[in-house]
Design a binder for this molecule. Structure first.
Ligand code: BGC
Length: 760
């Protein structure tokens, strides 16, 4: 049990808004006999990095990981047999504030979990002679706070003084720490953040005193550099996602995040890369570099992410769509980072539930998400309120906004507790994820039902319009001007969400053989559907108050019967045309708008919308040179200025938010045409929807049964090739409407298409 926590006993950390001074723990190890095996297990409140004889132990960042610390604290076990020397060994652990003690959340709270850092480790050495030695964290360890790492903070970056050497430390005896929390200690089962790629700057520009490096790609990670420095020379590295039109860094949108590295050089050759912070950036400005150093100075960047393994691939013969797919991947890489974050750059980087609720399916197509999301769902389960509500950020880290909001239930954001497990289940076929989360889903759905019915009578009890300003509504919808207008749309989004979550829950209950529940949620969802129809439409598929999301949700979720759905889709198509094929949806509608159109006879409108390059649209961002997905459709105007003014969001502008990249699921499910009919693709469909002048698409998805690959080409004929894994079956529907069932093997089909059915 690794629970012998130590700390620097006389450190009192009370300053608001910042992170604590890093601590460095030290233990000398004498190895006098041949070692068979040596392991170290470690954890911390804060973030730790272990250094054994100058070598970093392990290859992960941000250990012990970001969890709901009150409930769960992870520990890691590393094999250090190869790193141990016979004789003297020096083991160091650098422990910074991280999420547990450091400043986090846009209110910049700190000491959320502990009043200062604490570290615990256990070293087990098995000698060749069969004896074993166990060394734990106790008063035989030393601690100092005047090492080279002067500051480390998730948002603010690092301050490092390379002139400080080990002998400059003032070491004192470490003391036992009593924690105020009692989390379960669990062996690390998360998807740790790791370096997946090294980037090199594409260009460097000198603007007055700064050198501005462009990595050509927005991403989450850290810089690394080599320099022949001068003793005491100070370097400042600032990060940003975009430049101002004058070529300098635009850092206003980082809000309070300093996103910087301050480095004091020692004499001679040296290199550095932070390990206890990260930034979301494309550009880095370097100050303090002398002219003659520029040539030998080498700046690189490390791309960091928890999404280290791909699960699928998609490409087609339209370069802009391919770039959009790349942007979706980069958005995911940047935000699947310990937890599913909203963005990687400003003073948030929080586990906003709504963002992953809408993005989970796309994430599962592209990356292996099971480990990452199952761990996060455990955090969610432990933070669910007694009322059934789910905090809007998981881990919530004391963030409420206001406290009443998570205590209630919040549509789409809270829906993550049902949508995320269901997306995992459909992609990977593991029923356990439904089982594990079932009670949480039920408690949340019941809370949503209760709040919808609050102070209402008759069929109004199924319209969820309670305290609508405590919902996010049609968040970031570009067709209205400000935050409160997004929120005012919550009666529509929340009622559709209530239908969606309860009907999904009915399906899930059926899968888990909970018949009574299935019946009850199904009956309830039908009442919600009827209420949507009655209160928001003329009963004939026309909304009384029209906006894109209010059509998309009931069409896609299946609220309308076939006839009404067709009419509603026609009205949506009309609305989209009137809007010049521009997007008008916020988070809730964006993932589904193309499906709502393409599945109901308006594939042409869906493709026009997808291929539109006028603002707001997905490809407008691509046209403007975006390398990730923006949070706001109108994040930059044609001149490269940010046009967003005071809209109640406190300049909420990020250029790396994955949410609207949820369109990526359409690429797989409709362009490629591949989607599971049964969980884990036991049976699946391949039915490409042609249009948008696309002549080629190809891709693959890994399933528990093996890889499914699909590629099609449209020339004089339509040709398709697909690979069906063993023990699965595929329902293939070709663009001429012909259908067949296929089993294991590689299949090729070729058909002639007439003008008419090509347009289908
Ligand atoms: C975040 C969003 C989030 C939202 C909810 C924002 O500040 O960046 O992505 O879901 O708040 O209100």
């Amino acid at each position: 049990m690794i629970n012998h926590f130590i700390t620097k006993g006389n450190y009192i950390f009370k300053e608001k808004g910042i992170s604590p001074i890093p601590m460095m723990f030290r233990r000398e190890l004498d190895i006098e006999k041949p070692v068979k095996k040596a392991e170290i297990s470690a954890t911390a409140l804060g973030i730790y990095t272990l250094l054994l004889n100058g070598n970093v132990v392990g290859n992960q960042y941000f250990a012990p990981g970001f969890t709901s610390y009150k409930h769960t604290l992870l520990y890691q076990t590393y094999d250090i047999t190869e790193l141990l020397l016979s004789g003297k060994n020096s083991l160091f652990s650098v422990v910074t504030g991280g999420w547990a003690v450091g400043s986090f959340g846009f209110t910049r709270k700190n000491r959320i979990t502990a009043k200062r850092q604490a570290f615990a480790a256990e070293i087990t050495i098995t000698y060749e002679d069969g004896t074993e030695e166990v060394i734990v964290t106790d008063e035989n360890w030393l601690v100092s706070q005047n090492g080279p790492l002067k500051e480390a903070c998730i948002y603010d970056g690092e301050v490092y003084d390379a002139t400080v050497s080990v002998k400059d430390h003032v070491w004192q005896i470490a003391e036992k720490e009593e924690l105020k929390i009692h989390p379960a200690l669990i062996r690390d089962d998360r998807a740790p953040v790791q370096e997946v790629k090294e980037l090199f700057p594409l260009s460097v520009n000198r603007v007055e005193e700064e050198y501005i490096f462009d990595f050509g790609q927005n991403f989450a990670g850290v810089i690394s550099f080599d320099i022949i420095g001068k003793e005491g020379q100070k370097l400042l590295f600032l990060h940003s996602e975009v430049l101002r039109p004058d070529g300098t860094l635009q850092r206003d949108f980082l809000r309070t995040a300093k996103a910087r590295v301050e480095y004091t050089c020692k004499e001679g050759q040296q290199s550095f890369s932070p390990r206890h912070t990260y930034m979301g950036f494309r550009y880095v400005s370097v100050r303090g570099l002398e002219k003659e150093q520029v040539d030998s100075f080498c700046l690189k960047a490390k791309v960091l992410t928890s999404a280290t393994q791909r699960n699928g691939e998609f490409s087609c013969d339209n370069d802009k769509i391919n770039r959009l797919q790349q942007n979706i991947l980069w958005g995911a890489t940047s935000n699947l980072f310990e937890i599913p974050t909203d963005c990687p750059q400003r003073d948030e980087r929080m586990g906003w539930t709504g963002d992953i609720a809408v993005f989970a399916q796309t994430a599962c197509y592209n990356f292996k998400m099971e480990k990452f999301l199952k761990k996060w769902l455990r955090d969610m389960r432990s933070e669910q309120k007694k009322t059934g509500g789910i905090p809007n950020t998981i881990p919530s880290q004391g963030y409420g906004f206001p406290e009443t909001m998570p205590t209630m239930a919040v549509d789409f954001w809270g829906d993550a507790c049902i949508m995320v497990p269901y997306a995992l289940y459909m992609a990977y076929g593991d029923e356990q994820v439904l089982e594990e989360n079932y009670e949480m889903m039920k408690a949340y759905a019941n809370a949503s039902k209760r709040w919808a019915a609050f102070a209402s009578v008759g069929t109004k009890r199924y319209i969820w319009d309670t305290f609508h300003l405590l919902h996010f509504g049609d968040w970031v919808a570009p067709d209205v001007d400000n935050m409160s207008q997004w929120q005012k749309r919550s009666p529509w989004t929340a009622t559709a969400s209530l239908y969606h979550t309860t009907s999904l829950l009915a399906k899930i209950a059926t899968i888990l053989h909970k018949r009574e529940d299935a019946k009850a949620y199904d009956a309830y969802s039908k009442k919600v559907g009827e209420a949507y129809l009655k209160h928001f439409t003329d009963g004939e598929g026309k909304l009384l108050e029209e906006f894109q999301t209010a059509y998309v949700l009931p069409i896609y979720f299946g609220i309308f019967d076939e006839k009404t759905k067709k009419k509603a889709a026609a009205n949506l198509a009309e609305l989209v045309k009137k809007n010049n094929y521009c997007i008008g949806t916020g988070f809730p509608g964006t993932p589904y708008i193309l499906f709502a159109l393409a599945d109901n006879g308006f594939a042409d409108v869906a493709y026009k919308m997808l291929l539109n390059t006028n603002c707001p649209s997905w490809l407008y961002e691509v046209k403007m040179g975006a390398t990730t997905i923006w949070e706001r459709w109108d994040g930059l105007d044609e001149k490269g200025n940010c046009p967003i003014g005071d809209d109640g969001t406190d300049t909420m502008i990020s250029y790396n938010h994955y949410a609207s990249g949820a369109v990526g699921a359409f690429f797989y499910r409709r362009i490629l045409g591949l989607e599971p009919l049964e969980a884990g693709y036991k049976t699946f469909m391949v039915k490409p929807i042609l249009g948008g002048d696309l002549h080629e698409a190809k891709g693959r998805v890994d399933t528990p049964f093996g890889t499914i690959s699909v590629s099609w080409k449209l020339g004089d004929e339509f040709e398709i090739q697909l690979e069906v894994p063993k023990e699965t079956s595929c329902e293939l529907e070709l663009p001429d409407g012909s259908k067949e069932q296929l089993f294991e093997g590689i299949h090729k089909r070729k058909i002639k298409l007439t003008e008419v059915n090509y347009e289908r």
